[in-house]
Design a protein around this ligand. Structure first.
Ligand SMILES: Cc1ncc(COP(=O)(O)O)c(C=O)c1O
Length: 391
């Protein structure tokens, strides 16, 4: 039995959670106040306002659900989908599959559009499916953490709206690292998590709903099947009434407040550019080490989640253990059908730094050399350094 929690210091370069700024950890340790204390109500207001800025939306109904990203997913789905409602879910990875499962459990009449892992959906195939099935909701993942694929949304949004449907988007991995542009793109409902590019511990799920999404909820004929996630009640807690619904995780909201402040102090555009820059350096380094991306189309690669093919003859588990045990670096293995085939290297939020990129490239070079019984080449760090020098 551990008598005092004393976790090892890790560099979190996996699919989340990501490295956390010390001031966010300090906020977690601040004194707990009551959940209806005027101080906490002000924190809630400010969290909502900062979330609107990060989501790039004016949506009044923007808040943090108490729970992880999956709770955000369930909140969006169970409030928008009633039994027998037609729903299209686009599945090109694990999280699209999870959304389809949640929509079925909500009683939806779900059609799953499938694409191989690592590919994205074209506007034409969505248009054909929408035309055929006439759904109420179309759900899609913006940044598929299981594959490293970035889904373009603009044209899909137009198609979904022209058909009178609602667009639901998973922004768990993209929020804070890529523009999600809720209002400009026309997304009706979106959810995220705190532990990816917001660099906060896991535990809250930012969500946002457009006025159209709220109208659809108001027009429901059945009560939402989840009491905890029912927006019609949560609206009164996070809205002007502040009517008790549940005891919000106070200290997690402090942490999210501080994490959002850091995001906005940096500036969204600067933050997006930082993710892009370190992705470019990492990519150059990986390619110099002979490691290639599993998403073949460069414009569809996520900057914050680099999914790469494990080189031939290299033992996946051994490399990841060596990275963790010898260098304190966590990266992710492949999920679902990608298990044993890919590594997922995260550059999320605080973790998107030259220190992390260069340390990881030096460490993985050592791990590969150990298995090949050769000397490390240094080619990865050299190539990444060249990108930094030229940027
Ligand atoms: C794209 C995506 N959606 C949903 C989730 C689920 O979030 P959580 O694990 O925080 O419940 C994740 C988690 O990795 C994710 O990457």
């Amino acid at each position: 039995m551990t008598d005092q929690v004393n976790p090892p210091q890790r560099t979190l370069m996996g699919p989340g959670p990501s490295d956390i700024h010390p001031s966010v950890l300090a906020a977690l340790a601040a004194p707990t106040v009551g959940h209806l204390d005027p101080y906490f109500l002000q924190i809630m207001d400010e969290v909502q306002q900062m979330l609107r800025e990060v989501f790039q939306t004016e949506n009044q109904m923007t808040m943090a659900i108490s729970g992880t990203g999956s709770a955000g997913m369930e909140t969006c789905v169970v409030n928008l989908v009633e039994p027998r409602d037609k729903v299209i879910v686009c599945q090109n990875g694990v999280f699209g599959g999870r959304m389809a499962d949640v929509a079925r459990r909500a009683g939806g009449d779900v059609t799953v559009l499938e694409r191989p892992f690592g590919e994205v959906f074209s506007a034409d195939e969505i248009a054909a499916a929408v035309d055929q099935h006439k759904p109420k909701v179309v759900g899609i993942v913006h940044a598929e953490t299981s594959t490293g694929a970035l889904q373009p949304l603009e044209e899909i949004s137009r198609i979904v709206h022209d058909a009178g449907a609602l667009l639901l988007v998973d922004c768990v991995t993209s929020l804070g690292g890529l523009p999600v542009s809720i209002d400009a793109v026309g997304i009706d409902a979106a959810y995220s998590g705190t532990q990816k590019c917001l660099s906060c511990p896991p535990g809250l799920a930012p969500v946002t709903f457009s006025p159209r999404a709220l109208e659809a909820m108001d027009a429901r004929s059945n009560a939402v099947s989840s009491w905890y996630l029912d927006i019609s009640m949560l609206r009164n807690y996070w809205g002007a009434d502040r009517a008790y619904h549940h005891t919000a995780p106070i200290n997690m909201n402090y942490a999210l407040h501080q994490a959002l402040r850091l995001v906005l102090d940096e500036g969204l555009e600067n933050r997006f550019a930082r993710h892009r820059q370190h992705h470019e350096a990492l990519k150059a380094g990986l390619e110099a080490l002979g490691i290639s991306y599993s998403v073949t189309e460069p414009s569809h690669r996520l900057p914050m989640l680099n999914s790469v093919l494990i080189p031939e003859g290299i033992d996946d588990g051994q490399v990841r253990s060596q990275l963790l045990n010898e260098f304190g670096i966590e990266i992710g293995g492949g999920l679902g059908p990608m298990k044993g085939k890919t590594w997922r290297i995260g550059l999320m939020g605080e973790a998107a730094s030259s220190t992390n990129v260069l340390s990881f490239l030096a460490a993985v070079d050592q791990c590969l050399a150990a298995q090949r019984q050769s000397a490390p080449t240094g080619a990865g760090t050299a190539a990444a350094s060249a990108v930094y020098l030229n940027s």
